[in-house]
Design a protein around this ligand. Structure first.
Ligand code: NAD
Ligand code: UFG
Length: 330
């Protein structure tokens, strides 16, 4: 298939582009580089010996995006482009609603116009809110706790309504749990600008000495050791899930959890990182972070049953690959 990938130079997008090429798909990337850089295109080329077509375009710009669909015969889209920092979304809600919701509307409008009937969307486990894990796709969605999460819930609704009105327009809503790790080549990975918000990039920055100490947000949750529990998934496993999702997308609105089904606490992740990489990560326990929940992990059985997809890598692979990428990019 010829697949247009928005946000294809970002963290998850770049890994997915590699897996799409590995599976003989032709890839067109659209990215405005707001949270990535062109160097990633060279890295994709190094890994795959393939040069995907690249357009530097903002997906919210319908006038600029539409000609891409006129020029290329596109079979399907995977929509990663979006802003993703939860804390920033509270401070800049309009930027988040504008970018994340409008990009979904614009892309879906053009897809309907050009009869591009496969649409895969990057959603998030955050749409479940604070419900007991394991989380299943048929659970009702709870009120989201920040503008970022709301942009995902709204985008899911927009795409569902678009399918209702255009039955040929097939949608896959992929709810990611916590992607970490990096490509085995060490060439692409997560490289956030500024101080990281998420746990894994913070750990690697502390291990490399860029940041002094990890702050663990609370050790009084009702979990195995009191620290927060999440379903960490290797980004390459996640990328492979997208290949399966678009290859198996035929009709309707299809919702899938992409997670491992296993919960890992903050302390377990930090200690595994220390042990596998043989490097120290100084940390201190501080107050809980506002908005955090104790436990969040997936029931991933629907994706296994319907897509034939299951995560294959464990926490040890994730911490090893994250650290390799960090060392290559210090
Ligand atoms: P990322 O920031 O690394 O990648 C997003 C890419 O989209 C970047 O390259 C950025 O430059 C681009 N972009 C943003 N707005 C754009 C626009 N209007 N037009 C064109 N390009 C634009 O983030 P990521 O971690 O790879 O996340 C990809 C998607 O997955 C996002 O939609 C994110 O919300 C979602 N998601 C991420 C996580 C996670 O933990 N990383 C979890 C759940 C969902
Ligand atoms: N944590 C720390 N210290 C840090 C950062 C995080 O202790 O410096 C803890 C958090 O309290 C939490 C766990 O590590 O218990 C994971 O936190 P992350 O910030 O890495 O991830 P979240 O689960 O909070 O959120 C992530 C994405 C969201 C997405 C959500 C569900 O950032 O966009 O997963 O998919 F919605």
């Amino acid at each position: 298939m010829k697949i247009l990938v928005t946000g294809g130079l970002g963290y998850i997008g770049s890994h997915t582009v590699v897996e799409l090429i590995n599976n003989n798909h032709q890839v067109i990337i659209v990215d405005n580089l707001i949270n990535s850089n062109l160097e990633v295109l060279n890295k994709i080329n190094k890994i795959t010996a393939n040069n995907p077509i690249f357009y530097e375009i903002d997906v919210t710009n319908e006038e600029k995006l539409e000609p891409v669909f006129r020029e290329q015969k596109i079979d399907g889209v995977i929509h990663f482009a979006g802003l993703k920092a939860v804390g920033e979304s509270v401070l800049k809600p309009l930027d988040y609603y504008y970018n994340n919701v409008l990009s979904t509307i614009v892309l879906a409008r053009i897809c309907v116009k050009y009869k591009v009937n496969k649409f895969v969307f990057s959603s998030s486990a955050t749409v479940y809110g604070d419900q007991p894990s394991p989380l299943r796709e048929d659970m009702e969605l709870m009120k989201t706790t920040n503008p970022y999460g709301e942009t995902k819930a709204i985008s899911e609704r927009i795409l569902t309504d678009t399918n209702y009105a255009n039955k040929d327009f097939a949608v896959s809503l992929l709810r990611y749990f916590n992607p970490i790790g990096a490509h085995g080549s060490g060439l692409i990975g997560e490289n956030p600008k500024g101080i990281p918000n998420n746990l894994m990039p913070y750990i690697t920055k502390v291990a490399s000495g860029v940041l002094e100490k990890l702050k663990i947000y609370g050790n009084d949750y009702d979990t195995v050791d009191g620290t927060g529990v999440r379903d960490y998934i290797h980004v390459v496993d996640l990328a492979k899930g997208h290949v399966k999702a678009i290859e198996n997308l035929h009709s309707g609105v299809n919702i899938y959890n992409l997670g491992t089904g296993r919960g890992t606490s903050v302390l377990e992740l930090v200690n595994t990182f220390i042990k596998i990489n043989n490097i120290n990560v100084p940390y201190e326990i501080v107050e809980r972070r506002q908005g955090d929940i104790a436990t969040c992990y997936a029931d991933p059985s629907k994706a296994e049953k319907e897509l034939g997809w299951t995560a294959t890598m464990g926490i040890e692979d994730m911490v090893r690959d994250a650290w390799r990428f960090e060392r290559n990019n210090i």
